[in-house]
Design a protein around this ligand. Structure first.
Ligand code: MRU
Length: 348
């Protein structure tokens, strides 16, 4: 691992998957061992692991476990027997397209296995390659994104896009790690990111662990921060980018993009091409996950909202491509993304 990069949330150990339980951070660093796809799907739905690339990598390993179970029990028709696990995994979270992307890649690999051969070794190597490629893509995006930042005091970020949300290093947080190492930024402002507190609990934890100066701010303070000229870039990740460049990301990202445009602050989206969904034409076609009301009504298991009041809890929103100054991917950088430029990038 390089400088300012010490955390890994998803790891394969011998014959099972190990996940850092992100629901317990920052106070408890607890790792969970998982041996089957059903438990992994539940872990994805319940946010033990979260962040689009990390969810995709986790699902790839889950398909190795699903294949092992199906092959051990039904060696003659194991491929058919793993379909139910595939479907449970696919439904575990709807917006992050890396999940569908990784599952499709695994299914293609499963189709290639010779009929009577034990598939596990090959499938595990394939899932590990998906994991490794993600980390490499993050390092590359880190370099490309950092090069766009001229020396500045601060940047603002939203949600958690770091090692916890990816195979390692991070997307937006990867750019921030690189830019800090390159001495291009001095300070990070992290939105606390209601209602799940990814900024307070995860981003602040990761950055402090890796000695990168960070201040938390409540989501509503971003406009004031920009008005005070304390941030010259807003840098975020994505859960799905449509073919026209519209960006789905954690709820609150759209508001941050509008605020950034008003204050002439650059708005950088950092995502591997596995997050670009060419089958989704535009942002309006992206399914937006709605999560339990209780996440808004309660904090740390304790209800704080007025009794009987109900909550609306969309987990993501869509930022139109026209508000994105630059998209950073492992294949290159796209300024003012649109359908034509995205198609060119994906064909390269
Ligand atoms: O609900 P989460 O925590 O899974 O949402 C995560 C995000 O919105 C991240 O910003 C996104 O996955 C990009 S990070 C690599």
């Amino acid at each position: 691992m390089s400088q300012h990069d010490s955390v890994r949330a998803v790891e394969w150990h011998d014959n099972h998957l190990v996940l850092l339980d992100q629901r317990k951070l920052p106070h408890v660093e607890k790792y969970i061992q998982l041996f089957n796809a059903e438990d992994i799907a539940e872990a994805i739905t319940n946010m033990v692991v979260r962040g689009a690339p990390a969810i995709g990598i986790t699902a790839a390993y889950a398909m190795v476990l699903a294949s092992r179970k199906a092959f051990n029990q039904y060696p003659q028709d194991w491929r058919k027997r793993l379909i139910s696990d595939y479907e449970i995994l696919l439904a575990s979270r709807p917006t992050a397209v890396n999940l569908k992307w990784a599952l499709k890649l695994m299914m293609r690999e499963i189709d290639k296995v010779e009929d009577n051969n034990d598939p596990i070794g090959k499938l595990l190597a394939f899932a590990q390659a998906i994991h490794r490629d993600d980390i490499e893509a993050n390092y590359r995006m880190g370099r490309l994104g950092s090069a766009l930042i001229s020396t500045t005091h601060g940047v603002i970020t939203h949600c958690n896009t770091g090692s916890l949300a990816t195979g390692g290093y991070g997307t937006a947080l990867g750019v921030i790690r690189s830019a800090y190492a390159d001495k291009r930024i001095e300070h990070v402002y992290a939105d606390e990111t209601r209602p799940w507190w990814q900024g307070s609990r995860l981003t602040a934890w990761e950055l402090m662990k890796d000695q990168i100066p960070v201040h938390l701010l409540c989501d509503g303070a971003a406009a004031h921060l920009m008005q005070q000229k304390k941030a010259s870039w807003a840098i975020v990740g994505s859960d799905r980018i449509a073919a026209n460049g519209d960006v789905a990301n954690k709820i609150g990202t759209y508001g941050l993009a509008i605020t950034a445009r008003y204050h002439e602050v650059g708005f950088m989206v950092v995502a591997p091409t596995s997050t670009i969904d060419m089958d989704t034409a535009c942002g309006a076609d992206i399914p937006i996950e709605e999560r339990p009301q209780d996440e808004v009504l309660s904090v740390g298991g304790q209800r704080i909202a007025t009794p009987q009041v109900e909550a609306f809890n969309p987990a993501f929103d869509v930022t139109p491509a026209s508000l994105v100054s630059v998209l950073v991917t492992e294949k290159g950088v796209v300024f003012s993304p649109n359908a034509e430029k995205i198609a060119k990038l994906m064909a390269s």
